[in-house]
Ligand binder design. Structure first.
Ligand code: SAM
Length: 365
């Protein structure tokens, strides 16, 4: 896709009132005490993209040919303030959200993120963060002091040359490991370590990654390469199915499946039979988990997205900045969730993969 077409795609946000012929719900209806969508899925998790900017240019997420020096990131005035994020989060917690994940872009490039963490911590929900780890060593203690509960760090390879090629920012593995160690020392352990596996790029590193973190208490999660956004040129033959990852690691250290920690957990968990801990696999491509998806995403500029593979969002910022009351916000958000019917991963084909979808850096990974 031509770089110039991306920003206009990102700005395509449909006003809530025009999205459906059905009238917006006046007041939310709850089934069994929970707000549910058209497929009976409750709202539980909120992912907030606090910035669309990132200091990495991972080839599968923000390829440098698209996100180059001419790319127009959101201006500061378009981005939700911490106060606005906190207010919307409070309304969302009232609608059933139990867990908030801060993400991006790279969330730690947003200044004073610990101030937002401290504001959200008052809501009495679990607060987590997904980061590339590059700035974690210097921020981990402040984040923990602000009452961040846990952190997930992305690390695609232990081989420095492969890692630098994948992040395309010449960033070394050692600095990310420093971040993981600082987070662990600050009390944010156990840490989840995400590795996106792309065939022919880093799949040879799977067993080494498992070995590095076995016995540390940290949990590596192997993620199938997905067709998110419209710029990564995704192809099915570059996906390494989770079953193959489990087979490769299990051939070296036998594994057995274990149950989910909570309903709707995205990672399938496997434990080392010898007691050296566990790994996770996230199989969005080969084993879609749409039927148990309880996630809502809030974009950097204040739009709601009900699916990672969405083509458009629901503008909340206009309401927020137009003086809407908490009650009005609550009714609009509930109406979006109640009309939700997404199941992209269940119906994915080579054709749907070519659809113009919103970039992950913008709606939050
Ligand atoms: N910058 C942070 C980071 O690197 O973790 C947070 C945002 S990033 C978009 C969130 C997660 O999405 C990362 O673990 C990243 O590897 C993953 N991700 C990005 N693009 C992906 C893709 N095409 N398929 C699978 N996972 C992807």
């Amino acid at each position: 896709m031509h770089a110039a077409t991306i920003p206009s795609l990102l700005w395509k946000v449909i006003p809530i009132a025009s999205q459906s012929a059905a009238p917006a719900a006046k007041a939310p209806a709850f089934a069994g005490g929970r707000l549910v969508d058209t497929r009976g899925r409750p709202l539980r998790d909120l992912r907030i993209s606090v910035t669309d900017r990132c200091n990495f240019r991972c080839v599968y997420c923000m390829p440098r040919e698209v996100f180059d020096a001419d790319y127009r990131f959101l201006p500061h005035s378009a981005i939700l303030t911490f106060e606005e994020i906190s207010r919307l989060s409070s309304v969302l917690v009232g609608l059933g959200v139990e867990k908030i994940r801060l993400t991006g872009g790279e969330p730690l490039v947003r200044k004073n993120l610990e101030r937002l963490v401290a504001m959200l911590a008052k809501l009495d929900v679990e607060i987590t963060l997904t980061t590339n780890g590059s700035l974690l060593a210097r921020q981990a203690a402040a984040l923990a002091a602000a009452r961040l509960d846990r952190v997930t760090v992305s690390l695609d390879s232990l081989d420095d040359a492969s890692f630098r090629a994948m992040n395309d920012a010449d960033f070394p593995v050692a600095k990310v490991i420093e971040g993981i160690e600082a987070a662990s020392a600050a009390g944010l352990a156990p840490i989840k370590i995400n590795m996106v596996v792309k065939r022919g790029v880093n799949d040879a590193d799977v067993v080494a990654m498992a070995e590095r973190w076995r016995g540390t208490g940290h949990i590596v999660r192997f993620i199938e390469y997905m067709d998110v956004g419209s710029s990564n040129g995704w192809r099915m033959d570059e996906v390494v199915p989770s079953a193959e990852v489990v087979r490769r690691i299990g051939a070296r250290w036998p594994l057995e499946p274990i149950g989910a920690n909570y309903p709707g957990e995205v990672a399938e968990r496997w434990r080392y039979v010898d007691g050296a801990g566990e790994i996770g696999v996230i199989s969005s491509v080969t084993q879609a988990f749409c039927s148990s998806c309880t996630r809502l995403r809030l974009s950097t500029e204040g739009s709601l997205y009900t699916c990672l593979f969405a083509q458009s969002g629901h503008d909340l910022k206009s309401l927020l900045r137009g003086g809407a009351s908490d009650e009005e916000l609550r009714n609009e958000i509930a109406s979006v969730w109640q009309r939700r019917a997404d199941r992209y991963s269940e119906i994915r084909t080579a054709e749907t993969a070519k659809q113009r979808k919103v970039e992950m850096s913008y709606i939050g990974g």
